[in-house]
Design a binder for this molecule. Structure first.
Ligand SMILES: [Zn+2]
Length: 356
């Protein structure tokens, strides 16, 4: 990986971009992609779009999501502890004793998730841990002290864990879901520019907000852009851990290539074009059958407007929605190549209709 790309990826992952508070990450992403696109814009809720050929009639959406799961302060106790509720589908089981950043107008306030000692607690409760059992200790002894730090109900909380490389080939960090996707599409834009491949259609590189709370950013921007085609990228479970039942989840493994999904929302003609593009360019890929939905922005695009031919390129990921999400370097690189080659292959005006 190019040094500048790697540095951007690290910076982008280490930045906090909680659901609904994505703007600092959007700024980083936009600054990176801007030299590779002709124009850009953002919408009311902060979804950011970099565009190649903004005047073209035929429009291709290339999309990832920018938001990171996190916590909201829900209640401040008289003793100065902060109770929390989820902002996105955050895993409460990993919270105990974790260090956190509480985001305030005055800047970051440090804290830790309170957790009673193993010597004294009733360990029967460990398995039954509820979100309501959690509280953040930010070094205050009263609600008044908490307020003085600028913390209030609705302050957002993220974990501290940062980017790390393991064994030279695995990347781990918070919110790899789906900032890795934002990185992938930005790199595809860079490749197009640097290899002087100018498509004849409009390409809309979209970094959506609020995917984690209902595909909301994608729903809004799909109506705004009205694309003819949409290729979404998101993460997908590596299914090698014994807790997965491969009969249901399939056999997905980090390092074996991006995953192409079959699902009702995934347009088969578009999917077929992706598969052929991968084969022709010797890009490894894995197949997945999604029962009913992909639970990604793919549905948001597919079922928008009057129906948009949509497909999904997924990055295999271990330990999803924890702070130790792990992706394989080669899967990221092969996803970038697949986006790039697909954009080079697609012809303007391609009609994906099943019945013609
Ligand atoms: Zn997610």
């Amino acid at each position: 990986m190019r040094k500048e790309s790697y540095e951007f990826f690290e910076r982008y992952l280490n930045n906090a971009s909680p659901v609904g508070f994505e703007m600092s990450g959007q700024r980083l992403w936009l600054d990176y992609i801007e030299p590779y696109v002709d124009d850009y814009f953002s919408d009311t809720y902060g979804t950011v779009v970099g565009v190649i050929n903004p005047d073209a009639d035929y429009k291709v959406a290339v999309e990832a999501h920018a938001d990171e799961i996190s916590w909201f302060v829900s209640y401040i106790t008289s003793d100065g502890l902060l109770n929390v509720v989820r902002n996105g589908f955050t895993d409460h089981q990993i919270a105990p004793a974790k260090r956190v950043n509480i985001h305030t107008k005055k800047g970051i306030v440090k804290g830790v998730f309170a957790w009673p000692s193993i010597q004294i607690r009733n360990r029967k409760t460990d398995q039954g841990l509820q979100v309501s059992d959690l509280a953040v200790d930010c070094g205050c002894d009263s609600a008044k002290e908490v307020e003085k730090l600028g913390i209030h109900v609705g302050s957002v909380i993220t974990y501290e864990d940062s980017f790390m490389v393991m064994n030279g080939k695995y990347y781990t960090g918070r919110g790899m879901d789906n900032r890795a996707g934002g990185f992938i599409i930005a790199e595809a834009a860079r490749m197009l520019k640097e290899k002087k491949k100018k498509p004849k259609f409009g390409v809309y590189f979209i970094n959506s907000v609020q995917e984690e709370t209902g595909l909301s950013g994608a729903k809004m921007i799909a109506q705004n852009i009205k694309p003819d085609v949409a290729i979404v990228t998101d993460v997908i479970h590596d299914t090698q851990h014994p807790n997965y039942t491969k009969a249901l989840t399939g056999d997905i493994r980090c390092g074996k290539g991006p995953v192409l999904s079959y699902a009702p929302a995934v347009h088969r003609n578009l999917l077929q074009m992706l598969i052929e593009t991968a084969k022709k360019n010797k890009i490894p890929y894995q197949l997945k059958a999604s029962s009913e939905e992909t639970y990604t922005d793919t549905e948001a695009f597919a079922y928008s407007n009057r129906g948009v031919a949509s497909a999904l390129i997924s990055l295999p990921l271990k330990y999803m929605h924890t702070t130790a999400e792990i992706a394989h370097k080669s899967d990221i690189e092969n996803s970038i190549r697949l986006f790039y080659e697909f954009i080079c292959t697609l012809k303007s005006g391609t009609d994906f209709k099943y019945l013609k």
